[in-house]
Design a protein around this ligand. Structure first.
Ligand SMILES: C[S@@+](CC[C@H](N)C(=O)[O-])C[C@H]1O[C@@H](n2cnc3c(N)ncnc32)[C@H](O)[C@@H]1O
Length: 282
C-alpha cells in the first residue's frame, strides 16, 4: 500500500470486523452503496453526479479524462469498483472497456447491470496484487484512485506498461499528501512520488493539475457526510457514513493546510522497460 494510504490508515478509526480497504470491507461498502438513496445523494452533491464513486475524481476531472480518449480504443480500467464510472466512460467515449476489481460484489453488480453491453463493456474480478492482469495490447489503461492499493509504484507501472499496445498510454489519477517527514518539494509536480518513479523509469508523460478539485472535493466530502448522517442512519447505513468520515477528516485537514495535491498522469508506453521487477521505489 502506498505510504500516504498507510498514514491515512493510522488516522482512521476501527471500522468493525473488516479492515478498511480490504476486499471484505469493499464488498460490504458496495453491497450497501448500490442500494442506498443517501449514498446516491452524497455522490451527486460531492462529485457532481452519482456514479457510486469511492475515489476523488469529480465530474470536471472525469470529463477531462474522457476528452483524452478516442472512439474504438481498447481500454483496461483497474480498480473499477461497481463500474458506474466505467459505464459512463464507455457511453461518452465509445470505447471498448474491460473493468477489473477485486470486490466480487462490485463486479457482480457491474456485470448484472451492463450485461446487454458486453463484450464492448465487460467486467472481471481480479486481484491487482496477486493475479495476472487479463488481456494484452491495450490502447489505454486507466487507474482512478486505485494505484495506492497496488504496492510499489515502480513495479505497478511496469506491470501496466507491459499490457499496453505499442504507442499505448496509461492514465493514472492520484493524490500526493505531504507528511511530517516528507520534504516540501514532494508537493511540486516534478517531485511527487509518482513523478519521481516515472522519471526514474524513463517514461515520457504529461501531468495535469487537479489540486483545486481535490481540495474542494474533501471539504464537500467532509460536510455532506455530516449533513447526511441522519439519513444514512435512518436507512441503517451508518457503515457508509462512518466509512466516509473515517478518511475525510484526515484529507480535509491536508486540504486546508494545502499539503495535498492531485495530478492526472498521462504516460506513454515505454517499449524499453522489462515487464516486472522493482525498478523504481515509491
Ligand atoms: C478508492 S476506490 C476507487 C474506485 C473507483 N475507481 C472510483 O474512483 O470511484 C479503490 C478501488 O480499488 C479496488 N481495489 C483495492 N485493492 C485492490 C486489489 N488488490 N485488487 C483489485 N482491486 C482493488 C477497490 O475494491 C475499490 O473499488
Amino acid at each position: 500500500m502506498d505510504q500516504s494510504m498507510s498514514e491515512l490508515m493510522n488516522h482512521t478509526s476501527d471500522m468493525g470486523q473488516a479492515q478498511m480497504f480490504s476486499k471484505a470491507w469493499y464488498n460490504e461498502y458496495f453491497r450497501r452503496a448500490a442500494e442506498s438513496p443517501t449514498h446516491a445523494r452524497f455522490c451527486e452533491a460531492v462529485y457532481g453526479r452519482d456514479l457510486c464513486q469511492h475515489g476523488m475524481m469529480d465530474m470536471d476531472e472525469l470529463d477531462f479524462l474522457i476528452s483524452l480518449l478516442k472512439p474504438g480504443e481498447k481500454i483496461l480500467e483497474v480498480g473499477c469498483s461497481n463500474g458506474h464510472i466505467t459505464e459512463y466512460i464507455h457511453q461518452r467515449a465509445a470505447c471498448n472497456i474491460l473493468g477489473v476489481d477485486y470486490s466480487d460484489v462490485a463486479i457482480a453488480q457491474a456485470r448484472q447491470r451492463t450485461r446487454e453491453k458486453t463484450p464492448a463493456l465487460d467486467f472481471r474480478c481480479v486481484d491487482l496484487i496477486q493475479d495476472e492482469l487479463p488481456g494484452a495490447h491495450y490502447d489505454v489503461i486507466l487507474a482512478i484512485d486505485c494505484i495506492y492499493f497496488m504496492g510499489d509504484y515502480g513495479a505497478t507501472v511496469a506491470k501496466l506498461n507491459a499490457k499496453l499496445a505499442p504507442g499505448g498510454r496509461m492514465i493514472i489519477a492520484a493524490f500526493q499528501a505531504k507528511e511530517e517527514d516528507d520534504p516540501d518539494a514532494i508537493l511540486l509536480p516534478d517531485h511527487t512520488r509518482m513523478s519521481e518513479v516515472l522519471r526514474g523509469l524513463s517514461f515520457r508523460y504529461a501531468q495535469h493539475d487537479f489540486t483545486p478539485n481535490i481540495r474542494n472535493h474533501w471539504i464537500k466530502n467532509y460536510e455532506f457526510s455530516r449533513s447526511l448522517q441522519p439519513r444514512f442512519g435512518a436507512e441503517g447505513n451508518e457503515f457508509l457514513c462512518e466509512a466516509r468520515m473515517a478518511e475525510n477528516g484526515w484529507f480535509k485537514d491536508h486540504a486546508e493546510r494545502e499539503t495535498l495535491v492531485r495530478f492526472m498522469y498521462v504516460i506513454d508506453q515505454n517499449p524499453n522497460l522489462p515487464p516486472s521487477g522493482s525498478q523504481g521505489g515509491q
